[in-house]
Ligand binder design. Structure first.
Ligand SMILES: *Cc1c(COP(=O)(O)O)cnc(C)c1O
Length: 398
């Protein structure tokens, strides 16, 4: 049996007719830059997320870059973030001449550890003053501990920018003034949140695309100006921006797919639950060979009347003994698995000279050596999942 990591064809086939019609309409309209289709999609994303503004941009990377620019990040500034994420999180900081202030991850969720953040900020007042933005990443589709991160950021007066590239629609529990739990969508808790529509994300386009959400009128205005070269009014440049626009062709495709997103999230979560069950039955967990991902907010979520998307499982990531041999074995068995991410960011060559080593961020190092993502896309069948777990059990237990 062949089980690819991701099969986009399965998603395309039932939507193909509708997508082709919408794309054809854009082509025939000859309106290829911005316009009503982009605006309509922005409105729908804002309403889906529960944010006041949504600003379409050309990629998740541009969403981060534009947001950091709008928040005034520049040379000499520090941005507090995780070393265990996709490179774009770091790249956008470095492109502005700023530097990362890495904080290690929590080994259960793989997200930035609020205890360590608190310690780093408390330890060195001068350092804390240089932190211009706190940039948590909601890795694999599960929110970082935003309740605590937001409280910490407020205490120090630092804005939070959420890298929600992998977590559009993920629900995050916050405690309100009356000590009651409320669920907010990823990206809407900090000053702004960034999404990516890279084809492998839960909401993926037919090319690159991205979006920023914010409730802040002034920030939204600045972002919209930065998106078009900083021109406001047109041809008058008080600030420097770039070309960061979202194409209407992507907007119409994404708008069609957005209607299906809650169903796809639910299907991924059901797949994750099934994996958890059959891994448990297989014996590899009892033998300490594999550990399955923990839905950190799962118990909180299950107390609710309707189950919120506390984890949207953009990736289903296990820890595995002898990870590299297992990966090779699965490849030979026709199973697509991947490592996200094999090299933590503090070990990247572009940061050589910053004085990091193997001991700097031990949990990120460990995660990079032990973890692997398994196929989790919505259309995956029960038989395929059973096969994946059977082969993994065969690798360890014979
Ligand atoms: C995908 C991703 C990005 C970048 O998004 P692009 O649309 O590919 O530019 C940024 N951060 C994280 C965590 C991502 O997974």
């Amino acid at each position: 049996m062949k089980v690819p990591l991701l099969d986009l064809k399965e998603q395309l086939v039932p939507l193909r007719h509708e997508i082709m019609a919408a794309v054809t309409e854009v082509i025939d309209s000859t309106g290829y830059i911005m316009g009503p289709k982009v605006e309509a999609f922005e409105k729908n994303i804002a309403s889906y997320c529960g944010s006041k503004h949504a600003i379409g941009v050309a990629s998740g990377t541009d969403a981060l870059l534009v947001s950091l620019m709008a928040l005034g990040v520049g040379p000499g500034d520090l941005v507090m973030t995780t070393p265990f994420t996709f490179f774009a999180t770091l790249g956008s900081i470095l492109r502005l001449g700023a530097k990362p202030l890495f904080v290690d991850i929590d080994p259960v969720t793989y997200n930035i550890d609020p205890d360590l953040m608190s310690r780093v900020l408390a330890e060195d007042e001068k350092l804390a003053k240089k932190v211009k933005v706190i940039l948590p990443v909601h890795l694999y589709g599960q929110c970082a501990d935003m309740s605590r991160i937001k409280a910490l950021a407020d205490q120090y007066g630092i804005p939070v920018l959420e890298d929600a590239a992998q977590a559009i629609g993920a629900a995050c529990p916050l405690v309100d003034g009356k000590n009651k739990r409320i669920w907010r969508k990823a990206g809407t808790i900090g000053a702004a949140g960034c999404f990516s529509f890279f084809p492998s994300k839960n909401l993926g386009g037919i090319g690159d695309g991205g979006m920023i959400v914010t409730d802040d009128d002034k920030l939204a205005e600045t972002m919209k100006i930065i998106r078009v070269h900083g021109g406001a009014p047109k041809y008058h440049h008080a600030i420097i921006g770039g070309n960061f626009r979202l194409d209407p062709i992507q907007a119409v495709v994404l708008d069609i797919k957005l209607k299906h997103l809650p169903g796809w999230h639910a299907a991924r979560r059901e797949n994750a639950d099934l994996y958890n069950t059959i891994f448990e039955e297989s014996g590899v967990i009892a033998e300490n060979k594999v550990s399955t991902p923990v839905g950190f907010y799962r118990s909180a979520a299950q107390a609710e009347a309707t189950l919120p998307d506390y984890h949207i499982y953009n990736q289903y990531v296990i820890r595995a003994a002898e990870r590299d041999s297992l990966l090779e074995f699965l490849g030979k068995e026709g199973i697509g698995a991947e490592i996200y991410y094999p090299i933590p960011l503090h070990k990247q060559k572009c940061l050589a000279g910053m004085g990091y080593n193997e001991l700097s961020f031990p949990e990120s190092e460990k995660a990079a050596k032990e973890t692997m993502a398994l196929p989790i896309y919505p259309e995956l069948t029960d038989e395929m999942q059973q096969y994946v777990v059977d082969r993994i059990a065969a690798f360890y237990l014979g």
